[in-house]
Design a protein around this ligand. Structure first.
Ligand SMILES: O=P(O)(O)OC[C@H](O)CO
Length: 413
C-alpha cells in the first residue's frame, strides 16, 4: 500500500476526528493509506512543512490556515494546485459542489481551486445562557452598546468579565471590518494584487471600539486571555459570560462547559442590528505539495474526494462546528434535523452568507500575513497592557504591516 502523509494542526478532539476520517478512507479502499500527523498549531505546522520541503522530506498534504494562503500561492513549484490534480485524476469530481463563500477564498482570479477547503470556520459569539439569565439579560446582545449594557447588569449581579475573545486580529480586526463593510487593506483586501496597503488604522469606529474595550478592563468588563484559543478557559470555566471566537470551538465547549451555552452572530457597532454585511472565513485548507511519485497523487485525489463526501463533511461539521464546505453537506445536515435539535449551530453559515460579499467582505489575502498577524497581536497586547492607545497601536501595526507587505512584494514580484 502507498502511504500518503498528511500533516495537520488539529489538536484534541479535532485531531481524533481527523484520525477517524483518515481511518474511514483507509478502510474504504485498499490501495492507499493516509497517515495523519499532528505537527502543532497552524503556524508550527506550516513552518514545519516549509522546512521539510527544503530538506526534500515534505508530506504529500499539509493543512494551512487561511492566513498562509498568499504565502502558499507564491510558493510556485512547491505546491500542486488542487483543481488540476483533481481533474487529472481518475475520479469524478465537481468543483461547483463547494460553497462559493468558502471556495472563493482559495481560488485564483481565473477560478481555479488551489487548495481543498476542509475546515472552514467563522467567528461567532459564544454565550453562557445561565450567567446572562441570572443577571437579567433577557436578549443576547446584538450590538456593542448592548454588550456593554449587559456587562453592567452582570456586574450589578456580582459578576466580572462580561466578555473576552481569541484570535484577536481575525475576530476583532479582520472580521470586524468585513462585518461593517470596511477595508482591511487596499486592492480588495489584497485579492486584486500583492501591491496592497493596510487601511485598518483609518477606521474611526474600530479605533474607538478597541479603546472602549481597553478602558473597560478597569471595571472588569473585558478580560484579555491570550492569542488563538488560549482564552477558551475563561469562557468554559464560567469566568467570562461571552466569548467571541471561531465556530470551531463547538466541540471543545460542548465537552468542557458545565452550563447551558449558545452561539449568536457577532455584535454590530451601530444601533441597527441588521446593518451587518457578512463575516469572513477562517480555519484551514489542505495544500498538496510536489515532489512525490506521480501515482501518489491519485491517492491524494481519492482522499480529497472522500473528505468532501456529503456524509463525511456533514459529520465533521456537526461534530466540530466547522461549516459544511459543500452545499450537499449543508442540505444533508438540514435533512437530518441537526439545526433543529441543536439551535444556533447554523449561526456560522448564516453569518457567512448573510449578504452577497463585497470587496471588503470576501476575505483577505495579504503576503507575509502570518508575520503581520504577529505584529497585530503584539500591538493589540500593548493596548490591553495600557502601553499604547488604540490609535497608536493600530497605526504602529499598520506601518509595520505595510513594511512586511513591501518585503513580500519585493521577493515575489
Ligand atoms: O480555530 P479555527 O481553525 O477556526 O481558525 C481560526 C482562524 O481562522 C485561524 O486563522
Amino acid at each position: 500500500q502507498t502511504e500518503i502523509q498528511l500533516w495537520h494542526a488539529m489538536g484534541g478532539t479535532l485531531g481524533e476526528k481527523v484520525e477517524e476520517i483518515a481511518n474511514g478512507f483507509n478502510e474504504s479502499q485498499d490501495e492507499f493509506t493516509v497517515v495523519p500527523t499532528y505537527k502543532g498549531n497552524y503556524t508550527e505546522n506550516m513552518t514545519a512543512a516549509i522546512a521539510a520541503f527544503r530538506a526534500g522530506e515534505q508530506p504529500h498534504v499539509v493543512q494551512v490556515f487561511e492566513v498562509g494562503t498568499a504565502t502558499m500561492m507564491a510558493a510556485k513549484g512547491a505546491v500542486r494546485p488542487v483543481q488540476g490534480m483533481m481533474e487529472g485524476a481518475n475520479i469524478e469530481w465537481d468543483a461547483d459542489a463547494y460553497l462559493p463563500a468558502v471556495k472563493s477564498y482559495y481560488t485564483t482570479p481565473e477560478g481555479d481551486m488551489l487548495s481543498l477547503p476542509f475546515n472552514s470556520s467563522t467567528p461567532v459569539m459564544w454565550y453562557n445562557k445561565d450567567l446572562l439569565e441570572s443577571a437579567g439579560v433577557t436578549e443576547v446582545p446584538g450590538t456593542w452598546d448592548e454588550m456593554f449594557a449587559a456587562a453592567e447588569k452582570l456586574q450589578a449581579n456580582g459578576h466580572d468579565c462580561a466578555f473576552s475573545f481569541g484570535w484577536q486580529s481575525w475576530v476583532m480586526l479582520e472580521n470586524y471590518l468585513a462585518w461593517h463593510d470596511q477595508p482591511v487593506g487596499s486592492k480588495e483586501n489584497g485579492f486584486a494584487g500583492f501591491d496592497t496597503e493596510f487601511q485598518f488604522a483609518e477606521s474611526g469606529d474600530l479605533t474607538s471600539l478597541l479603546q472602549r474595550i481597553a478602558d473597560s478592563q478597569e471595571d472588569g468588563t473585558f478580560k484579555y486571555g491570550g492569542r488563538r484559543g488560549d482564552s477558551l478557559p475563561l469562557f468554559v470555566s464560567g469566568e467570562c459570560a461571552m466569548w467571541m471566537n471561531s465556530s470551531a470551538y463547538y466541540s471543545g465547549i460542548k465537552e468542557q462547559a458545565e452550563f447551558a451555552f449558545g452561539q449568536a452572530m457577532l455584535p454590530v457597532n451601530t444601533e441597527a442590528r441588521d446593518a451587518a454585511q457578512n463575516s469572513i472565513i477562517g480555519g484551514a485548507t489542505l495544500w498538496v505539495l510536489e515532489g512525490h511519485d506521480e501515482a501518489d497523487y491519485q491517492g491524494v485525489a481519492e482522499f480529497f474526494n472522500y473528505v468532501s463526501l456529503p456524509e463525511v463533511q456533514a459529520d465533521w461539521h456537526q461534530a466540530t462546528g466547522y461549516v459544511p464546505i459543500t452545499t450537499a453537506a449543508y442540505e444533508l445536515s438540514q435533512e437530518q434535523g441537526f439545526y433543529e435539535s441543536n439551535p444556533g449551530t447554523d449561526t456560522a453559515i448564516k453569518q457567512l452568507s448573510l449578504n452577497e460579499p463585497t470587496a471588503n467582505s470576501k476575505g483577505v489575502r495579504f503576503g507575509n500575513f502570518v508575520q503581520v498577524r504577529d505584529v497585530i497581536n503584539e500591538e493589540l497586547e500593548a493596548l490591553w497592557a495600557g502601553d499604547k492607545t488604540a490609535a497608536e497601536a493600530l497605526k504602529a501595526a499598520q506601518e509595520r504591516g505595510n513594511q512586511l507587505l513591501r518585503d513580500f512584494e519585493a521577493s515575489n514580484g
